[in-house]
Design a protein around this ligand. Structure first.
Ligand SMILES: *Cc1c(COP(=O)(O)O)cnc(C)c1O
Length: 423
């Protein structure tokens, strides 16, 4: 076929009464022109138009299987939700809900009232607030408590978390002024004390998340910082990042941070907590109330699907935390991970390999979770990604590793089917 033999967009689209046919025909013809220029034959254009019309309707945001061994994998949607959380989402979303309605009084209520009691119970905080994500929580807290004034932060905590979230930039956006204290590797409580002036509004501590300074390094303990803040009547905000609610590795829990003297603590909903994307702020009632009344709160608030999923996840912390997928994967004993890898290797003719899994989400960067993978041919990685559902794996030393710490038993079977289908 030559370029001049190609039909026009209208001619190709004419055979179809699909409202998307003209756009699809344009895309099919653009690809056909490229193929002809490259010396290939574009083949049956009408057939390709039909395929294109099917393809444009396929979901672009899709379920994938995470065989990377990185548990709260940011590129793969972080935390998978517990069944109990999904049920709440379905219930709250399929019809109307009491999102902002007080069922007792029959009057307007607050969307913050649904999860606040659970958060107070789980962290012993006086009050709690939920916004869209933890970046929003930090932004809102700084805007509400420190706009136009100084915020003291250690030079060792001026971090970038990923995708351009940098503490100095967020601080600037909030309208607060950054006042750096200490050095990259060593900061002491006395450095904060010396830096306090009439312009100081807040002390901010930021969890180092995805990196650690080792060697000649020192950061004050939270208790020491709290003592400085208290002496000067200033609030201390602790951005925990992951912020787990139960002990996971050496990550500080929100309850511990409050007990150590932080006035406000903020953390993500979808990292170690294992819930939906959300930013959670807990702490002193008077400060939380200032955040709630700030104009930005309206722009940063969480929607009903998030609140439903979060309530469902938090409820599990009371009775059955092992039903939260992130916690289950973190705590899964290595023998059962190995058993899954052995089963997978048997099903697909692969080899069992010892690996190191990661918590992900910027939490516990140095923690090495012992894990096992099934190793198969390197070429399979791309084919598995193109499958349905796509399986995402890591390539190491010329082989594709299917890490079994991030697979459920059912997913292990799906991965086996996917590998067999590729061969
Ligand atoms: C991850 C992280 C954030 C941002 O949280 P998101 O929920 O992703 O917005 C902020 N601060 C710290 C210390 C973090 O680790």
């Amino acid at each position: 076929m030559r370029l001049r033999d190609l039909p026009s967009v209208d001619e190709l689209a004419r055979g179809s009464d699909d409202p998307l046919a003209v756009d699809a025909a344009r895309a099919v013809l653009a690809r056909a022109r490229e193929e002809i220029r490259a010396g290939a034959d574009p083949g049956d254009l009408a057939g390709r138009l039909r395929e294109e019309l099917v393809a444009v309707r396929l979901p672009r945001l899709r379920r994938v299987i995470n065989a990377t061994g990185v548990i709260a994998h940011t590129n793969l949607g972080r935390a998978p939700l517990a069944e109990e959380a999904l049920v709440r989402v379905h219930d709250a979303a399929r019809g109307y809900s009491n999102l902002e309605y007080d069922l007792l009084a029959g009057t307007r209520g607050s969307r913050q009232d649904h999860v606040a009691p659970l958060l107070r119970r789980l962290t012993s905080a006086e009050a709690a607030l939920v916004v869209n994500n933890n970046a929003a929580a930090v932004l809102l807290a700084l805007a509400a408590l420190a706009e136009g004034r100084d915020v003291l932060v250690s030079r060792g905590e001026l971090i970038e978390i990923g995708d351009g979230f940098r503490i100095p930039d967020v601080l600037a956006r909030s309208g607060a002024r950054l006042h750096e204290v200490g050095t990259t590797n060593r900061t002491r409580a006395a450095d904060y004390e010396r830096a306090i002036t009439d312009e100081t509004a807040l002390l901010l501590r930021v969890h180092q998340s995805n990196f650690r300074v080792v060697g000649f390094a020192e950061q004050p303990r939270l208790e020491e910082l709290a003592a400085v803040a208290q002496r000067h009547g200033l609030p201390l905000l602790d951005d925990l990042g992951s912020g787990s609610l139960v002990n996971v590795g050496d990550e500080p829990t929100a309850r511990e941070a409050l007990a150590a003297g932080a006035d406000l603590v903020c953390f993500s909903g979808d990292k170690l907590l294992g819930g939906p994307q959300a930013g959670i702020v807990v702490g002193r009632a008077e400060l939380v109330e200032r955040l709630r009344r700030h104009a930005l709160q309206r722009a940063l608030r969480a929607d009903k699907l998030t609140l439903a999923a979060l309530e469902g996840t938090l409820a599990l912390y009371l009775d059955a935390p092992e039903r939260i997928p992130v916690l289950r994967m973190l705590r899964n004993d290595v023998a059962s991970v190995r058993a899954r890898a052995e089963r997978l290797a048997e099903l697909v003719g692969g080899e069992v390999e010892e690996t190191i899994a990661r918590a992900g989400g910027g939490a516990l960067p140095l923690a090495e979770l012992p894990s096992f993978a099934c190793a198969v041919e390197e070429e399979l990685a791309a084919q598995l990604r193109a499958g349905d559902p796509p399986v995402i794996a890591l390539i190491r030393d010329g082989r594709t590793l299917l890490d079994c710490r991030t697979l459920t038993d059912d997913e292990t079977d799906e991965v086996a089917d996917a590998v067999i289908a590729c061969r």
